[in-house]
Design a protein around this ligand. Sequence first.
Ligand SMILES: *[C@@H]1O[C@H](CO)[C@@H](O)[C@H](O)[C@H]1NC(C)=O
Ligand SMILES: *[C@@H]1O[C@H](CO)[C@@H](O)[C@H](O)[C@H]1NC(C)=O
Length: 307
Amino acid sequence: MKDASCQWNVWVPRDISAMTNSCVVIPCTFMYPSGIRPYRGIHGIWYFGQPYPQLFPPVVFKSRTDVVHESYKGRTKLLGDLHQRNCTLLINNIGTEHSGRYYFRADLGGANMYTFPDYAELKVLDQPNIDVPEEIVSDESLELTCYAPDNCPDMSPEIQWMYTDYLPDPELSSDYLEESNTAVLSSTLTFIPRPMHNGQLLGCRVYYPNTTLVYERLISLDIKCNTWALTMPGNASHLKRAPGGRVFAHGTRPGSARNGDVGPPSSRLTTRRKVHEGPVQCGLGSSRGVAGGLNDDPIPGPKLNRQ
Ligand SMILES: *[C@@H]1O[C@H](CO)[C@@H](O)[C@H](O)[C@H]1NC(C)=O
Ligand SMILES: *[C@@H]1O[C@H](CO)[C@@H](O)[C@H](O)[C@H]1NC(C)=O
């Protein structure tokens, strides 16, 4: 095996994200073959989109001159010390047009120039991302997680949930994830949606204190009937529904239960005929639910309970 320290190598995070108009620091270190004697210093160039010389990509930063592509003028700064093999790059005031791949090229003088094939892929977001389960089923605990990138050293994000007033006993927890020198703050909202919450709005707001930067994302709840709750009313809390709508006694393997096996949840909140006699309950607020699942761009403002 060859010693990695004797080869051309670069370490950058594969994925990194940032909010628009904030900044991002792309951590970067590199190695070059030990036989190379840098001639007139160590220089570096950052390229956007393609590895040089493919299609002559825009220059993001260049240590030899300050000639960079128009869209990076006055925005970039090398924080790392190239003589310490540190190519860490700062990009200020970023926009969604700066989303893409960033390639580093080391320039040790003469013919010793090398574009590393590994790149960092930057995602610039104008709204926070929210993780929503594929299926939201009434009367089952629901977790929604909202994310805020934290890769701008000048400012730290905070996360707030919006329109949670009408939720029964909402619980909040936050987490901080660091990976490959990048960081993401997250906030998870947990509650038990009821049929009456179908079509209602929830929002996540990410902001950076002491700045004017605020980002919001709204979702509307598309709640599906818990058909299990309909067919087995009463205290069924010791039973859990398996993925795909099958139910099984807690502790047994999915599919092994018999009497609770009621098929997938209904696709929309509607009044459904149940297997057994008795009133159907999962129809509250159903007929005017927001169509088409989670909507990225619903009408602003929360809906009131329709009763
Ligand atoms: C590279 O430089 C950045 C900016 O100065 C610094 O935060 C980071 O710790 C350095 N990385 C290494 C591996 O020294
Ligand atoms: C915001 O500014 C105030 C006053 O300058 C300061 O005390 C506080 O620490 C700052 N908060 C953040 C998150 O930078």
